[in-house]
Design a binder for this molecule. Structure first.
Ligand code: UN1
Length: 522
């Protein structure tokens, strides 16, 4: 495929100085390439050259050379450089946020929010650069000192999905870099331009550093990008022993493959996979708060966040009122060009996602659900426009049933509404799926809230009270349990996944006492 519009033609690419980037090409491309398409129109934005396995090999070798020097730079100094990178993201927030919106289809406010998430994690990493703390413990042996220290791991493989084409890389790359690791990033082939722009922002700052000059190593290689297919780049990356950690975001199916290949070589993985997130609504909930949270969680990003709200578990005392409130709210959602400030829902990423949504709605209806709004008719109405537009859909589940489709994650704005008689019933339904990413309860009862947060409550990595399932801050650890993969990224002590722990014991006495009181020989 070739692009009909040239890379230079799109002003955002020029504003981000990536119009002239070597891998962004216009018209005729030699060798394999991918066309970045605008999901709102189906038109090409630009073509991008695809890397080969040989290119990947070279990139890993460069990232390795950079690692050998970067790991010796004191962490607070690394933090200073991350500060400069964060500032560049601040400066370019608007064009980069708009590029996210153009290429991925999320609305402009969310595109800007995504860049803000990258800025926030850079700030977090700067502070962290002085807080990579290890514990010290008392030795059982006289004149011995025992402590832990954290060392960099090496070049880290980062695999990201289309839906957060900048921020998820940021969570990984900013933290990894401050820990002394270097990064090899394989982005989604739906969003190569955002990846080039984001990575180039970091590389430009690195290039200005003179740290590695005497060694002839390019400091920009702390951040390496390899845009390629799963066959040419993804699979060889997983199998490469030079990458001690693979951090991957995507479907459960993809995560299983990553775990299998990396596990076989006893490498480490950090997996952030699918979610099937529920909001429990008790009869004492503030219905206005619930409505706003559901709109952002189920309709925001066109239901394409791993944290999107997919199920509502509503107490019978409030379910009819809430459904009417949601039906009214859904009917006035402006759907259209994501760059138009009035729009609240953009398109799905591609036509296959539209087909998958339609199939899920048909399956749900066949399994007994009734359409409250949207549905197949809504999908057909939206298909009148060019681009991958759909109408958000609410489906009501017959009481006492769990249609199998509601246990699956469909990356689309479908909301399944269950009716429950008690909090226990809601918790059982919520936890009765394979995924365990995000969850929420709306209630004014402290008892209900605390029960939801207790060990017998939500089994997810994220559990919120009177806040929806999506839109987490970077300061907490982000990730989920069960088929969501167990990884934790972003804030809190997630940095530990990017370092190796070393337990050190120093004998400063003149004797050699053995632990456990063992005497050996004399
Ligand atoms: C994702 O969808 O992969 O909590 C990440 C949220 C965002 C990140 C979502 N901060 O919705």
């Amino acid at each position: 495929m070739t692009a009909t519009r040239t890379a230079q033609a799109h002003p955002l690419l020029a504003r981000l100085s990536i119009a002239t980037h070597g891998s962004v090409v216009d018209g005729t491309v030699d060798g394999p390439s991918v066309v970045s398409l605008n999901p709102a129109t189906g038109e090409p934005i630009a073509s991008v050259r695809l890397a080969s396995t040989v290119d990947l090999d070279g990139a890993i070798a460069r990232a390795h050379s950079a690692f050998e020097l970067w790991r010796d730079v004191p962490a607070p100094h690394r933090g200073e450089i991350i500060r400069l990178i964060g500032n560049e993201f601040r400066r370019l927030k608007e064009p980069l946020g708009e590029l996210v919106s153009l290429e991925m289809g999320k609305i402009r406010a969310e595109g800007l929010g995504e860049v803000q998430e990258t800025i926030d994690i850079a700030d977090f990493a700067v502070g962290l650069s002085r807080q990579l703390y290890g514990l010290s413990m008392h030795s059982e042996r006289a004149r011995h000192r025992m402590f832990e220290q954290w060392q960099p791991l090496g070049p880290i493989g980062i695999i990201t999905a289309f839906n957060f084409p900048c921020a998820v890389w940021g969570w990984n790359a900013m933290i990894a870099a401050v820990c002394g690791d270097t990064c090899i990033w394989k982005p989604s082939l739906f969003t190569p331009l955002t990846a080039i722009a984001s990575n180039e922002i970091a590389r430009r700052v690195m290039r200005e550093q003179t740290l590695f000059t005497p060694h002839g190593v390019d400091p920009a290689d702390v951040f390496t990008l390899v845009i390629g297919s799963d066959e040419a780049v993804g699979e060889p990356m997983l199998a490469d022993r030079r990458l001690p950690l693979i951090s991957a975001t995507g479907s459960c199916r993809m995560g299983r493959r990553v775990a299998e290949v990396v596990g076989k070589r006893l490498g480490r993985t950090l997996l952030e996979l699918g979610g099937n997130n529920a909001i429990t609504v008790m009869a004492d909930a503030d219905i206005e708060l619930v409505t706003r949270a559901v709109l952002f969680g189920a309709v925001g990003t066109a239901g394409q966040r791993c944290t999107s709200t997919r199920r509502l578990l509503v107490h019978e005392g409030i379910v009819e009122r809430l459904i009417e409130r949601l039906r009214a709210a859904y009917s006035s959602i402006p759907i259209g060009d994501p760059l138009n400030p009035k729009t609240l829902m953009g398109p799905l990423i591609d036509s296959r996602a539209v087909v998958a949504m339609r199939r899920a709605v048909e399956t749900a209806v066949a399994q007994g659900c009734t359409v409250v709004c949207g549905g197949v008719e809504g999908i057909e109405r939206a298909a009148a426009k060019p681009g991958n537009f759909v109408e958000p859909t609410i489906l009501r589940v017959p009481r006492g049933t769990v249609p199998p489709i509601t246990c699956e994650e469909t990356f689309a704005p479908i909301l399944y509404v269950f009716t429950v008689a008690s909090l226990d019933e809601a918790i059982a339904l919520q936890n009765g799926v394979d995924q365990g990413l995000s969850s929420a309860i709306f209630t004014d009862s402290v008892r209900s809230a605390e029960r939801f947060l207790s060990a017998a409550g939500s089994d997810c990595g994220i559990a919120n009270v009177n806040i929806g399932t999506s839109g987490a801050e970077i300061g907490g650890a982000f990730g989920g349990e069960k088929d969501t993969g167990g990884g934790r990224e972003s804030g809190s002590d997630s940095w530990k996944a990017y370092m190796r722990r070393q337990t050190c014991t120093v004998n400063w006495g003149g004797d050699l006492p053995l632990a456990q009181g063992i005497t050996f020989g004399t």
